[in-house]
Design a protein around this ligand. Structure first.
Ligand code: ADP
Length: 815
């Protein structure tokens, strides 16, 4: 019988002398690292280890017989008996091939299973005592059936497998012994070492065949899966090739018939659009060039999408389309008044702007500055902008610049980037749809803050009338004319705006409102609007807000310079009432102070006027913040120590310096202050500015810090109703401050009675509403010495010191 289909090298009959001797024997042993040789199978083995080479040599003196047996761990270099499996195979060594690189290959054929009983020597090679193992050759009916089943499985495997030749099946078919069949298949299948050794160790042929049938079934599953994946991939490849050929054919047919394909249709559509929109010649030329590129491209090219999007932008951006301005100044003035209470400065400036436009006619006005509406949130900046646009008949668009990090956000990314887009300016122009909208750039004060690169340079180009007629966007890559746009910027505070930008802008202040103004705005605008927005506009559902209720809302439910939260609270009430109306429940017709709690819950802000006490070491300053003005308490504590000064409360550098100046002033005036006895070197001073974790800076808390410090040192309380603001010099001069109106309004809102201000700010008092002047007492000071008698209570005399100090309050007299 011949099994040489695998190697075609030699015939089994040349070697195999299936002796019947079942006696114990003593054989050279060849340990195998990761192969298993099965009885009757021909196997090439590479031999490298010294002892193994010697064992092969010894085999030539032993009828060419050797025992091969698997190692339990393939890594072991010199295995002992314990490192070897118990069952191995007696093998006839056929050929020995010494290769030029020094290694040796042998070709052998397995004879029969043997059991390793022991080792008689380990050097110079291993000799082992073995016991040949008999196996039953009996074929029962059941074994016969099993053999057929296994053969049929094997046939399928051979069919699907790419490595097994058809001959393998023929060889298997011709075997009649179950054990041999199992051994042949075990050696042919792609099994790992463990599984092979397992099969070798199953001595009962039927059991071995059973195990093999399971392994075959597994193999078949894997092969079927592989094959189905392969088929799918093949199908996909075929399909796309087919599509490609079909498309090519379709093109050919269409061109024969004089028809056009989809892409040509799109190109045609784009061409029509280009003809219909009005664009400058240079834009049209660029568009045509891109279109020509598009035409020349195969439809599946990745660039097709990019070019198409670009062309869409060119077509949809407004290039020449403009709205006609309504330049009737009277009408615009009326419209502005109808929508907004107060704001005289802003309204006046807008009318002037229009007048200039009207006189200039078609000529561009190169020197006209950009307006900047500056003021706390909710003071009507945006809504006035919207009204101006409406009155002029222009489109209104806005872009928030807050948090902009990158020049690319303004100017866009070059088209070479994936997913590139134009910057916000061009995007917004597309939304506007005309080249002369009113364009609001919100929060211009928040740009410089966290900027990487330089957005303000790009903004400069946007806002500068001498440059913005050819604004360059990276994506567009064509100059775009922004000169017809009316830009208005908004800001909460002016300080953070980069100077170059600020120079271009004319600032119009939107001051915070006082209670009376808020009341009027609520009555005239906010309430009617919220009523109608919440379905309460009709007469039968009208809802009245009492004056008192509105004032309580302003005082206890909102704490703001503008009216944004007030509007929110009004909307809140309206919604709750609207719901009752909708549910057919009895709805109130009046909102009173008593019913407020029901709609809005407990007051959000408790005015602490009543709780305020005259305290030692605590003075009230006033600060100018983004949200308008706010109280800024300053606390001072003294402790035994070593002359240290600690300033806490998130203070900026300037504010820290103010604290030091206040201390130096105090020390140098120890005599006048009657604190000669204080040894500053044995004292630690802690100045703390509480109120949230808001960063605070600026010099204007100077006199407040000095007052709190002196109060602590001379142990005289600061009057609870006095607020103050002013920079202090080392010599005790009080210097002017900014944001006077917001600061004074904050003191007013907080219900204070007296405000100490630098003398040099007296001229700014024109900004203060009359009502506030009536309610507050203003004391203007030039020196720190004038502050103390007003701010501090006299020793042992709880009366106000104002009169005692011989000072008369300078109050509501207009300057
Ligand atoms: P800002 O842009 O200054 O933050 P908004 O323009 O958004 O403020 O104003 C907030 C709300 O207050 C808007 O509904 C606006 O109509 C209203 N409002 C503010 N000031 C006035 C005013 N003087 N007259 C009428 N409504 C005002």
């Amino acid at each position: 019988m011949s099994y040489d289909f695998e190697f075609g090298l030699f015939n089994i009959d040349d070697f195999l002398d299936e002796g019947d001797d079942n006696h114990l024997g003593d054989y050279p042993l060849l340990p195998l690292r990761d192969t298993v040789v099965f009885p009757h199978m021909v196997a090439p083995l590479s031999v490298g280890r010294d002892r193994s080479l010697k064992a092969v040599e010894a085999a030539t003196n032993n009828d060419n017989l050797i025992v091969v047996v698997g190692q339990r761990d393939p890594e072991i270099q010199e295995p002992g008996l314990d490192d070897l499996h118990d069952i191995g195979v007696e093998m006839v060594v056929g050929r020995i091939l010494r290769l030029p690189d020094g290694s040796t290959n042998i070709l052998g054929q397995g004879r029969r299973r043997v059991k390793i009983l022991g080792v008689s020597q380990t050097q110079p090679y291993i000799r082992a005592q073995i016991q040949p193992l008999q196996e039953s050759k009996k074929v029962t009916l059941g074994t016969e059936a099993l053999m057929r089943a296994v053969l049929s499985l094997f046939e399928k495997v051979v069919h699907l497998s790419r490595s097994l030749p058809e001959d393998a099946y023929v060889a298997a078919m011709n075997l009649s012994e179950p054990g041999q069949l199992a051994d042949l298949l075990a050696s042919l299948l792609d099994l790992d070492f463990q599984k092979r050794q397992e099969l070798l160790e199953i001595l009962d042929p039927t059991a071995r065949l059973q195990r093999l049938s399971i392994l075959l079934a597994n193999e078949l599953d894997v092969l079927e899966l592989e094959s189905s994946i392969h088929t799918k991939v093949q199908k996909e490849v075929d399909r796309s090739q087919r599509e490609y050929f079909l498309r090519e054919q379709m093109r050919a047919i269409q061109s024969e018939l004089g028809e056009i394909d989809i892409q040509t249709a799109e190109v045609q559509e784009m061409e029509d659009k280009l003809d219909s929109v009005d664009m400058p010649d240079y834009v049209l030329a660029r568009a045509k060039k891109e279109l020509a590129r598009l035409k020349a491209m195969p439809p599946a090219a990745p660039e097709v999408g990019i070019i198409r999007t670009y062309l869409d932008w060119l077509v949809e951006l407004p290039w020449t389309k403009a709205t006609a301005d309504n330049l009737s100044i009277g009408e615009v003035a009326k419209a502005l008044d109808a929508n907004h209470h107060g704001l005289p400065k802003a309204k006046e400036r807008i009318l002037e702007y229009m007048a200039v436009r009207k006189l200039a006619g078609e000529k561009p006005i190169t020197r006209s500055p950009i307006l900047c509406f500056a003021g706390p949130p909710g003071t009507g900046k945006t809504s006035l902008g919207r009204s101006i646009a409406e009155a002029l008949g222009r489109e209104f668009v806005r872009v928030s610049l807050g948090g902009i990090r990158d020049e690319a956000e303004i100017r866009g990314h070059r088209r070479t980037y994936i997913g590139a887009m134009p910057g916000r300016i061009i995007q917004t122009m597309r939304t506007a749809g005309t080249i002369n909208p009113l364009f609001m750039l919100d929060e211009i004060d928040k740009v410089g803050a966290d900027f990487r690169g330089d957005p303000s340079a790009a903004l400069l180009e946007v806002l500068d009338p001498e440059q913005n007629f050819e604004f360059s966007d990276h994506y567009l890559d064509l100059p775009y004319d922004l000169s017809k746009v009316m830009f208005i910027t908004t800001a909460n505070i002016l300080d953070p705006i980069p100077p170059a930008l600020r120079d271009r802008m004319e600032v119009i202040e939107f001051p915070g409102y006082i209670e009376e103004e808020k009341l009027a705005i609520a009555r005239k605008f906010l309430i009617p609007r919220q009523l109608s927005e919440n379905g309460l506009g009709r007469q039968e559902h009208q809802l009245l807000f009492s004056d008192k209720a509105l004032r309580t809302m302003i005082r206890d439910y909102t704490y703001e310079a503008g009216v944004r939260n007030l509007e929110r609270e009004i909307a809140n009430v309206c919604r709750k009432v609207a719901r009752r109306v909708a549910e057919d429940k009895p709805a109130p017709r009046q909102v009173t102070v008593q019913s407020l709690g029901k709609y809005l819950g407990p007051p959000h802000f408790l005015r602490d006027e009543e709780d305020r006490v005259d305290e030692i070491g605590l003075a009230l300053g006033i600060a100018w913040t983004e949200a308008g003005g706010d109280l800024l308490p300053v606390e001072v504590t003294l402790m035994d120590g070593k002359g240290g000064l600690m300033l806490t409360g998130q203070l900026g550098e300037v504010m820290q310096e103010s604290g030091q100046a206040a201390l130096s002033y105090t020390r140098s005036h120890a005599h006048e202050l009657n604190i000669d006895g204080v040894d500053f070197d044995k004292l630690d001073i802690h100045i703390h500015v509480p109120e949230g974790a808001i960063p605070k800076d600026g010099p204007s808390a100077g006199i407040t810090m000095a007052t709190a410090l002196i109060s602590a040192l001379i142990e005289r309380p600061v009057h609870r109703d006095v607020a103050m603001t002013g920079e202090i010099t080392l010599r005790g001069r009080v210097l002017p401050i900014g944001g006077l109106r917001e600061k004074v309004l904050a003191a007013h809102r907080a219900g204070l009675k007296t405000v100490l201000l630098p003398k040099q700010n007296q001229k700014d008092m024109v900004e203060i509403p009359k009502r506030v002047k009536r309610d507050l007492t203003f004391v203007f000071v030039e020196r720190m010495e004038e502050v103390l008698p007003v701010a501090l209570l006299p020793e042992g005399n709880p009366e106000r010191v104002l009169e005692g100090a011989g000072l008369r309050p300078i109050s509501s007299r207009p300057n």
